[in-house]
Each structure stands twice: as structure tokens, then as C-alpha cells.
Design a protein around this ligand. Structure first.
Ligand SMILES: *[C@@H]1O[C@H](CO)[C@@H](O)[C@H](O)[C@H]1NC(C)=O
Ligand SMILES: *[C@@H]1O[C@H](CO)[C@@H](O)[C@H](O)[C@H]1NC(C)=O
Ligand SMILES: *[C@@H]1O[C@H](CO)[C@@H](O)[C@H](O)[C@H]1NC(C)=O
Ligand SMILES: *[C@@H]1O[C@H](CO)[C@@H](O)[C@H](O)[C@H]1NC(C)=O
Ligand SMILES: *[C@@H]1O[C@H](CO)[C@@H](O)[C@H](O)[C@H]1NC(C)=O
Ligand SMILES: [Fe+2]
Length: 466
């Protein structure tokens, strides 16, 4: 009893002192005009079908191996399968290489997909511009990409961050602002929720096709690194669809085998000076599950002398102070947060909440059921948690926040937008979030992020007194 009551007294003192001393971070004063987000109509320019018989559409690329020397090229043909071969050549070479791919189709309720092709281009040279052609023999279309530089500790690289994009007019603004950002992103770290087809009757899979055509203007030219969100589950037993992730797995590939993962939903890649670990909020992650076992073996493999920047992507955020999806990420946080602190993860990017938020470096790993120590504390070995689920989908903006702003929340703003992470070297990365402000892209939150392994100096932006 004495123990319980003294614990209670300690808790009250902590609560009082924290409410007196700690006032959380910044809630942006910018209030975006909140209008309903609406999908761009079917006949919009962004959804137009490329001309020509059986022309490849929905072209997208993603990294195809662990190091960045392979690229998976995917596309859809509608009339007939056509060729699954990709012809490709480097900028300085006339020699055309060919890679053989394959195609699949799937049915979803009363929808039948087109012919979905996937082809992996291997043994590419680092830091090289390649052209590639799909639709060979019928209506060829040519695109290009640039491979990343060889993996190394001080190799600069710029990632874009986009989440929960959907296909509304706001989605189009977000993508346009990303494309026009003067800090040019070379690959997108995508934190899940792609087409929002499942918000339409019978998960209208035509929306997966329109989304593929909408984003092609970026996804055909730079790899998007895919994370799955709840809108990829497409679990609908009431219409006979009980295989989770069916449309996503047929349409999108990830290089999961290269990181010895058993499933496409969790995997890792190296790219320049970054090591990116993608996790699945909607696959089992408890002890003894394949994802748990994989992550347990994966984290010790990260060599910070080779890839200083350790970045994790997940859909459901662990540190969130909006009223939307509050604590949904909690069980995964409880499972994995001690590892993230132990291995000094630099940044965790999440989506799901349709707004923007950045946390302080905090951890909450001391709790052991009986000790009552269950508040986040400042921790310079902990990641910064960034929620970037603000792509602008049909579900609209998350505007209601918990008040007062919790201490762990450094900056939050209910606006749509995107971000860029500009890695300079092993110690410094410049990070900037841009809101969509009445059609313009305006920098809303920017800071230097210091690497946790090489430069573990406090990089918080708000003065913390608690
Ligand atoms: C699928 O079924 C819905 C209604 O159940 C209908 O509106 C739609 O036209 C059908 N689509 C196809 C491709 O048959
Ligand atoms: C989408 O954005 C692009 C680029 O700004 C523009 O050309 C296009 O007209 C927009 N489409 C719609 C439907 O808003
Ligand atoms: C995957 O496993 C194989 C065989 O055990 C090993 O050689 C390889 O290094 C592993 N790859 C990664 C990225 O861990
Ligand atoms: C880590 O990477 C560095 C730089 O590439 C290399 O010299 C070192 O041998 C690696 N360490 C391990 C344990 O593989
Ligand atoms: C790393 O980049 C930062 C920011 O550009 C710069 O200030 C710093 O001097 C660089 N460090 C080294 C060792 O070059
Ligand atoms: Fe989501």
C-alpha cells in the first residue's frame, strides 16, 4: 500500500511539474481553409490513357535490389498482354540491353485488371542515367531514371516524402509542389495509402488504374519506395475478397527478397548514405512473427560506417497528437521502440494521420507494468518521428488536435504538403516540410537533423524546460 501511494505521489508531482514547466512545441498559426477534398473526375488530364494500341500505362519504378544497382519496372497494358520485355540503355551508350519480365492479372469482385507487367533491370551502373522502353512491338514508350551513387558514408542524396496521396485536386497540388521543389528529390519514400480505391463502392479497382496513371509523371522517372497502409489491405469478405493486400501485391513490387524478408510488406534497402527499413503496420509484428524475427535480425546488420542514416518507414505513427488514429500505433511502438533507441534510428516517417507533425527526440521505454514510468522522456538516442500523411486524399484533413500540445510534439499543422530530406554527409541532413498554401508551396517546418551515430548533438527546435 505504501508503495502504491508513494508511486501515486510521484506521479502527481511529475504531472504537476510537467504541466507547469513543459508547454510542448509549436502548433502552427497557419490555418488552412478547410474545404472538402474531391477526387479529380475520371476525364481529368492526369488520368488520360496514353494513345496507341495497347500502350503501356501506369508506369512505375522502384529499387530492385539491396544496394541500388537494380530497378523494377512495372506497367499495365489493357487490350492484350503484349511484350513484358524492357529495352534499356545508358545515356552514354548506344548498346541496348533487354530484360525479360512477366505479367499477371487479378480479379476483384466484378473488376478484372489489365495485364500487369513487372521486369527487373539488374547490374546497372551506379550514378548513371538510363533510358528504358516498354510496349515493345506495339506502342513503345520511353522513360528514364538515374541510378543512385554507390553506397557510402558521405554520399549526398535527396529523398522526397509523400504519404496518403489519393487522387484529389489536393493530391495533384502535392505532387506538383514536390516536382517543383527547388531541392530536387531523387527518390520518394512513400509512407502508405496510395489510391483510396477502397473508399468507393466494391473498392472500385478502376481507381487503382487512375491512380497509377496520375502518378506516372513521377513514378516512371524516379523510384518510389513503397510502404503499405490500411488502404492497401482491401479486405472485403462481404464481396468475397478475403485475401489482404490483393490489388497492391499484384500491382506493386518491393525488393523484399534482397533483404531476406519473407513478405513484400517489410524489407530494407540501402541508397547512397541511407539505410531505409520499411515496416508493415498491418502485418503481424508481435514476438515470433516473421516481421518481428526479420527486424530482430535486420537491425544489427546496419553498418553506420557504410550507411550512417538509418530511416524507418511505417504507416501508423507512434507519436501523434491529433485526435485521428490516436494510439493506433501504440502496440507496435511497445514492441519495437527499445530497438530503435538501442540502434539509434535517425528518423521514423509515418503517414495515416492526414496532417503534419514532427516530434522531439523522445522515448518511452522504461515502463515495466509495475513501475509507473510511462511518460515519454527526452532522449538523444531516439529518432525524430515525423507524420507526413498529408498528401491530400479524399478523406480530407485531420484538424482536431489534443490540447494542450503534448511535450513530445515539436511542431504540428493541419495542412496538406510534402517534405524533402536532403542528406549532405554523415553528420548533417537538411529537412523541410512544405505546405500547400492556396496553390503555392510554402516552407512550413525546416531544420537541420544531426545524425544519431556520428553527431549525437541535440537538434531540437523548441526549448525544453521539462
Ligand atoms: C460492378 O458492380 C457494380 C454494382 O454492383 C456496378 O455498378 C458496376 O458497373 C459493375 N462493374 C462491372 C465492371 O461489371
Ligand atoms: C494537375 O497538375 C498538373 C501540373 O500542375 C496540371 O497540368 C494539371 O492540369 C492538373 N490537373 C488537374 C485535374 O487539376
Ligand atoms: C540474406 O541471406 C543470405 C544467406 O543467408 C546472405 O548471404 C545475405 O547476405 C543476406 N542478405 C542480407 C541483405 O541480409
Ligand atoms: C562497415 O563498413 C565499413 C565501411 O564500408 C567497412 O570497412 C567495415 O568492414 C564494415 N563493418 C562490418 C562489420 O561489416
Ligand atoms: C557536413 O555538412 C554540413 C552541412 O552542409 C557542413 O556544415 C559540414 O561541414 C559537413 N561536414 C563535413 C565533414 O564536411
Ligand atoms: Fe491510413
Amino acid at each position: 500500500m505504501g508503495f502504491v501511494s508513494s508511486g501515486f505521489v510521484v506521479a502527481v508531482v511529475v504531472l504537476l511539474s510537467s504541466s507547469v514547466l513543459c508547454n510542448g512545441g509549436i502548433t502552427s498559426s497557419f490555418v488552412r481553409k478547410v474545404e472538402k477534398t474531391i477526387d479529380m473526375p475520371f476525364h481529368s488530364d492526369v488520368f488520360s490513357v496514353p494513345p496507341g494500341y495497347n500502350a503501356p500505362q501506369q508506369v512505375h519504378i522502384t529499387q530492385g535490389d539491396h544496394e541500388g544497382k537494380a530497378m523494377i519496372v512495372s506497367w499495365v497494358t489493357m487490350e492484350e498482354p503484349g511484350s513484358s520485355t524492357v529495352s534499356y540503355w545508358s545515356e552514354n551508350s548506344k548498346h541496348k540491353n533487354k530484360a525479360m519480365g512477366n505479367f499477371n492479372t487479378y480479379k476483384y469482385y466484378n473488376y478484372t485488371s489489365g495485364y500487369i507487367h513487372h521486369c527487373t533491370l539488374r547490374n546497372l551502373k551506379f550514378d548513371t542515367k538510363y533510358f528504358y522502353e516498354v510496349g515493345i512491338g506495339q506502342t513503345p514508350r520511353t522513360f528514364w531514371f538515374v541510378t543512385p551513387p554507390a553506397v557510402g558514408p558521405d554520399v549526398p542524396y535527396t529523398f522526397g516524402l509523400i504519404g496518403d496521396l489519393g487522387q484529389t485536386y489536393d493530391s495533384n497540388s502535392t505532387l506538383t509542389h514536390y516536382e517543383h521543389n527547388p531541392i530536387v528529390g531523387k527518390a520518394v519514400l512513400y509512407v502508405g495509402d496510395l489510391s483510396y480505391a477502397d473508399n468507393h463502392p466494391n473498392h472500385d479497382n478502376v481507381k487503382w488504374d487512375t491512380w497509377g496513371r496520375f502518378v506516372e509523371r513521377s513514378t516512371a522517372y524516379q523510384p518510389w519506395i513503397w510502404t503499405t497502409g490500411n488502404h492497401e489491405i482491401d479486405y472485403a469478405p462481404e464481396i468475397g475478397e478475403s485475401v489482404p493486400f490483393k490489388p497492391f501485391t499484384h500491382r506493386y513490387r518491393t525488393p523484399h527478397k534482397a533483404s531476406n524478408s519473407s513478405d513484400p510488406f517489410w524489407y530494407s534497402i540501402k541508397r547512397a548514405s541511407a539505410y531505409v527499413i520499411v515496416l508493415s503496420s498491418y502485418s503481424a509484428y508481435g514476438m515470433y512473427t516473421p516481421q518481428y524475427q526479420w527486424l530482430y535480425e535486420e537491425l544489427p546488420k546496419v553498418n553506420r560506417s557504410e550507411t550512417p542514416w538509418l530511416i524507418v518507414l511505417v504507416h501508423s505513427p507512434w507519436y501523434n497528437s491529433y485526435k485521428y488514429h490516436y494510439m493506433e500505433g501504440e502496440s507496435m511502438r511497445v514492441m519495437y521502440e527499445p530497438w530503435f533507441v538501442q540502434y539509434k534510428v535517425d528518423i521514423v516517417f509515418a503517414g495515416h494521420v492526414h496532417a503534419y507533425e514532427r516530434s522531439e527526440r523522445v522515448s518511452n521505454i522504461a515502463y515495466n507494468i509495475v513501475n509507473g514510468i510511462c511518460r515519454p522522456v527526452s532522449d538523444q538516442s531516439a529518432p525524430v518521428y515525423i507524420t507526413i500523411g498529408d498528401g491530400g486524399n479524399i478523406e480530407g484533413l485531420a484538424t482536431i488536435m489534443t490540447e494542450p500540445q503534448p511535450e513530445y510534439s515539436a511542431f504540428r499543422e493541419a495542412s496538406f504538403g510534402h517534405a524533402v530530406l536532403d542528406i549532405k554527409n554523415r553528420t548533417h541532413a537538411y529537412y523541410a516540410w512544405h505546405r500547400n498554401q492556396d496553390g503555392d508551396s510554402v516552407k512550413g517546418d525546416a531544420l537541420w537533423i544531426f545524425n544519431r551515430y556520428w553527431h549525437q548533438i541535440d537538434d531540437s527546435t523548441t526549448s525544453r524546460s521539462g
